[in-house]
Ligand binder design. Structure first.
Ligand SMILES: Nc1nc(=O)c2c([nH]1)NC[C@@H]1CN(c3ccc(C(=O)N[C@@H](CCC(=O)O)C(=O)O)cc3)CN21
Ligand SMILES: CC(C)C(=O)C(=O)O
Ligand SMILES: [Mg+2]
Length: 272
């Protein structure tokens, strides 16, 4: 019996380095130490404690009920399972309503074990929060396109950026979040051509979910990568990797491999 070789943990600068080297990033959500451990051991680069937990763990039909306490609880659990992957934590609904609230929530999440926080949108308050956090040594990921915390305004979970004006706004927002200091950008449910254009224009790496194959990485929710029925409508962009992987570990290996070699997402998982 030998102890496993020490793993080099994924750091924030590694994200930009991966993009420069053309290595795609594979990200998954996890909510507990058990899954986090298996995801980490099988190659996931980033583990997200997403506010999607409101839907897939708590059973709500939106992410709005999730609190900072909820995210912090799951961050503590997930952190115990990680050796290599970067731990990203969502700022839940209204935790980013003011820069001061965002700083307090983010500090708690970093102290609970996260390495970066993510917030949705690029409105004036959101850009101010990104700027405030980045200036205070808190790595930030932005999240644009279908931002689930905007579900009441959107009137449902709809593809974003289909019209020319909306696409131009999204492109401008992507540049603005990077300028404000974000180090990563999640693009959710946008047409593939728009995500490709934004990825090319963006100074920071992009991670797609329902954003086609031309992003610098991909993310899926744990339940979706394993084909679980969550009781909610199954989005077009998900793929059940358990079928081909044969086990949870095998599913993660298949997902990571497919992201790295560019075979996932296929045209059937994208919007045009
Ligand atoms: N299990 C799960 N997976 C997710 O990816 C996810 C969650 N839960 N909860 C939080 C948000 C909500 N998300 C969603 C939910 C529904 C659609 C959806 O039904 N999309 C339609 C688009 C219809 C259209 O405008 O054309 C689809 O058919 O894919 C997309 C993203 C993504 N996030
Ligand atoms: C789907 C991803 C990007 C997310 O924000 C979440 O899981 O909450
Ligand atoms: Mg989220």
């Amino acid at each position: 019996m030998s102890t496993p070789a020490p793993l080099k943990p994924v750091t924030v600068p590694d994200l930009a380095q991966a993009r420069r080297e053309g290595r795609r990033l594979a990200m998954l959500t996890a909510y507990d130490a058990g899954f986090a451990r298996v995801f980490d051991a099988n190659g996931a680069d980033i583990i997200l404690v997403g506010d999607s937990l409101g839907m897939v763990v708590q059973g709500h039909d939106s992410t709005l009920p999730v609190t900072v306490d909820d995210i912090a609880y799951h961050v503590r659990a997930v952190a115990k399972g990680l050796r290599r992957a970067l731990l990203l934590a969502d700022l839940p609904f209204q935790a980013d309503a003011t820069p001061e609230r965002a700083l307090e929530a983010s500090t708690r999440l970093l102290q609970a074990g996260a390495g970066m926080v993510k917030l949705e949108g690029a409105g004036p308050h959101k850009l101010a929060a990104i700027r405030f956090l980045a200036a205070r040594e808190i790595p930030v990921s932005a999240h644009l396109g279908l931002t689930p915390q905007s579900v009441l305004r959107f009137g449902g979970y709809r593809v974003q950026g289909r019209e020319a004006a909306a696409a131009a706004q999204l492109r401008a927002d992507a540049l603005a979040v990077a300028e404000a200091g974000a180090s990563l950008l999640v693009l959710e449910c946008v047409p593939s051509a728009l995500a490709a254009d934004i990825t090319q224009a963006s100074p920071i790496p992009t991670i797609g979910i329902g954003a086609g194959p031309h992003c610098d990485g991909q993310v899926l929710v744990l339940h979706d990568v394993l084909g679980l029925d969550t009781g909610h409508r199954r989005p077009k962009f998900v793929k059940d990797f358990l079928a081909e992987g044969g086990s949870v570990a095998g599913a993660v290996r298949a997902y990571v491999e497919a992201v790295r070699d560019g075979s996932f997402p296929g045209a059937e998982h994208a919007y045009d």
